[in-house]
Design a protein around this ligand. Structure first.
Ligand code: ZN
Length: 647
């Protein structure tokens, strides 16, 4: 909303308040829906719509600079508008037992969704806090590993957002005088600034007047507004850091200068008499309902929603009485049941939360929030409490299916649906399609790629799974990299077992078609490792045995190389046979062992490997301790614990 619109609004409000009799009925609450916001207030439909348009446009403006930040959020952000601070007081967080002196705040990024509360009379002052926090929320969608300086720098940069020129343009990056004034007195080297993390003394989220905030803002402003190609470079930097690159190196790579080299330019920058700001020309159509689409909501619904704010700011006693009264007054309203369910969750009574949440989902089949909240609560019980039954999982799955029908672009809902499928071990192709889509929608979210890999593993598609897991194993987020490594180890172990089984299958085929070893002999490497080894699931494509050739399975013990030629020794059971070749290069070598791709060399094998050796039979003496059976044709290395079946 423009400052002039605010002024006009206040004038109108004063007129309305002056005209209304003090004993009159309370003003009803109305609601207007945008694409990603819901605005609730007692003001005119036109005012509520203006607020909705402004928040939607804010999102669009950020999305133009930070790739992905304008993407739809899973849950709509609910904005509550109050006439003034007094009206808002019952709903702000308490500070030392008293309502904090706030003109507006954002509870951004909680799993139940985000909400913003603002006092319209002080809007121009308090909107900076709201937009600062809302920026964090939107940027978090792109990456959760943003360096602290850039996270706060962007939040400060966008905190000055306002609409102008009849709401057709938005201005961001307006200079913040306190920051400029402070920076002209103090300066921290950029290398120090970008090394700051959550635990650094320089950083304290409650002190936005500190040198850290001032300089984070200035550096962001300088990069976005002053350096050529700055926006693209910031995106490059964000992505490099998200992938786990070293922050200093990523900085130098993205911005073409080391932090030290940039210090002087930044110091000069903050001494300038004037700063540029950025104007975004906004799209003609912003998906917000027209004022006439705002509708008055029942009192019980408004009370339930207001109680939910109190719940989220920790005013539990007030929240409890307000929500319970609302649920009693309007038991058939989805919103009162939803609020009651959230209250019970907050009170740590998840079992009592489910009935009202399920009622909300039933009462509002077309409401994403109701479906999604019910499904998540059901599925998240898994692990916290007794495991859910298949019936409960199916009900959660059904709610998610409705949620996805309402919002097909919700990566979170898709990911939860896949999770339900994995738990139920059913509809795995659906889970695969859901996760492929979720990754498309939110390519920067590593947890989606991890789940997609899980689905691939479940399908036995280890090749796709390994590719994803190998890249996630290096991810900056320690939880992600650890989970990826664990799963990758399991996949590789399974692959090795599978190769061994395949070798066993080939050996079995060979055993049927070849002369059996002498009675009492065991083939080399043979072990009895049970059913799994006897149930081969894959085929290792060994070279076919041609006419005039023979093949045996055993341990390659020695390769003698001399000017006279090459002699290869194979231990088969208790005896050793040998083959000859003119040159080692004449022997076809294949390896099915992944850590030993080219294994044939001259000498004694310190650890004899399991191989299939193929030779062309020659006539001649077959006597001695290692009779020559023919000319070596091929040596195929196979995994160690191959289990040739004996018949
Ligand atoms: Zn912040």
């Amino acid at each position: 909303m423009t400052r002039s619109a605010i002024a006009l609004l206040i004038a109108c409000l004063s007129a309305v308040l002056a005209a209304s009799p003090l004993s009159g009925a309370p003003r009803p609450w109305s609601l207007v829906r945008g694409q990603s916001v819901i605005v609730v207030g007692q003001q005119s439909s036109k005012t509520l719509r203006e607020v909705a348009v402004e928040i939607e446009q804010f999102k669009a403006a950020i999305g133009e600079s930070i790739r992905g930040a304008g993407e739809p959020l899973t849950l709509p952000t609910v904005v509550y508008t109050f006439d003034d601070r007094k009206a808002m007081e019952p709903f702000v967080p308490l500070y030392r037992g008293k309502p904090a002196a706030l003109g507006g705040f954002c509870r951004c990024g909680s799993p139940e969704g985000s909400f913003i509360a603002v006092s319209l009379s002080t809007y121009s002052d308090s909107s900076a806090i709201v937009f600062h926090e809302y920026t964090h929320l939107l940027v978090r969608q792109v990456t959760q590993n943003l360096p602290v300086w850039l996270n706060e720098g962007l939040a400060e940069f966008y905190s000055t957002f306002h609409l102008r020129n009849g709401a057709r343009e938005a201005e961001v990056g307006v200079p913040i005088p306190e920051h400029v004034a402070l920076l002209r007195r103090r300066y921290v080297p950029i290398a120090e600034l970008i090394a700051v993390d959550q635990s650094s003394a320089l950083y304290n989220e409650s002190d936005r007047r500190s040198i850290f905030y001032a300089e984070a803002w200035a550096l962001t402003h300088y990069l976005l507004m002053e350096r050529p190609g700055g926006v693209a470079a910031v995106n490059t930097y964000v992505r490099a850091v998200a992938k786990g690159s070293n922050a200093i190196q990523a900085f130098a790579d993205a911005f073409g200068a080391t932090p030290t080299a940039m210090d002087e330019a930044l110091q000069q920058y903050v001494r300038r008499p004037a700063f540029r700001s950025a104007i975004h020309t906004l799209a003609e159509r912003i998906a917000v309902g027209e004022p006439e689409q705002a509708h008055v909501i029942p009192d019980a619904q408004a009370e339930a929603m207001l109680g939910t704010i109190q719940l989220h700011v920790g005013r539990m006693d007030e929240a409890t009485s307000r929500i319970e009264a609302a649920a009693a007054a309007g038991p058939g309203l989805a919103q009162t049941q939803l609020a009651l369910g959230l209250l019970r969750l907050e009170q740590s009574h998840p079992a009592q939360a489910l009935p009202p949440l399920e009622a909300a989902a039933r009462l509002a089949p077309d409401d994403f929030v109701a479906q999604y909240t019910f499904a998540l609560t059901m599925l998240q019980q898994e692990g916290d409490h007794a495991p859910t039954s298949d019936d409960q999982r199916e009900r959660a799955h059904a709610a998610l299916t409705r949620a996805i029908a309402i919002n097909p672009r919700s990566a979170d809902a898709l990911a939860w649906q896949a999770y339900a499928d994995l738990l139920l071990n059913t509809r795995i192709p659906e889970a695969r399609a859901a996760m492929v889509r979720a990754v498309e929608l939110a390519p920067e979210r590593p947890e989606y790629r991890l789940r997609l890999a899980e689905v691939y593993v479940r399908q036995g598609d280890h090749a796709h799974a390994s590719t994803i897991l190998a890249s996630l194993a290096e991810h900056a987020d320690a939880h992600v990299s650890q989970a990826a490594r664990t799963l990758l180890t399991q996949v590789r172990a399974a692959d090795r077992r599978r190769e061994a089984n395949a070798a066993a299958a080939v050996a079995a085929a060979y055993a049927v078609n070849s002369p059996r070893p002498a009675a009492g002999e065991r083939e080399a490497g043979a072990t009895e490792s049970g059913a799994e080894a006897l149930a081969p699931r894959a085929y290792v494509p060994l070279r076919p045995v041609r006419r005039g050739e023979e093949r045996a399975y055993g341990e390659l013990t020695q390769v003698d190389c001399s000017s006279a030629g090459v002699r290869l020794f194979l231990k088969v059971g208790t005896r050793t046979i040998s083959t000859t070749a003119k040159l080692l290069a004449d022997v076809i070598v294949t390896s099915f062992v992944d850590d030993n791709p080219s294994p044939l060399s001259c000498g004694t094998r310190v650890t004899p490997e399991s191989v299939y050796m193929t030779w062309r039979t020659t006539t001649g003496a077959r006597t001695g301790s290692a009779p020559i059976v023919g000319k070596a044709v091929a040596v195929e290395f196979v995994p160690k614990n191959a289990v040739p079946r004996r018949d």
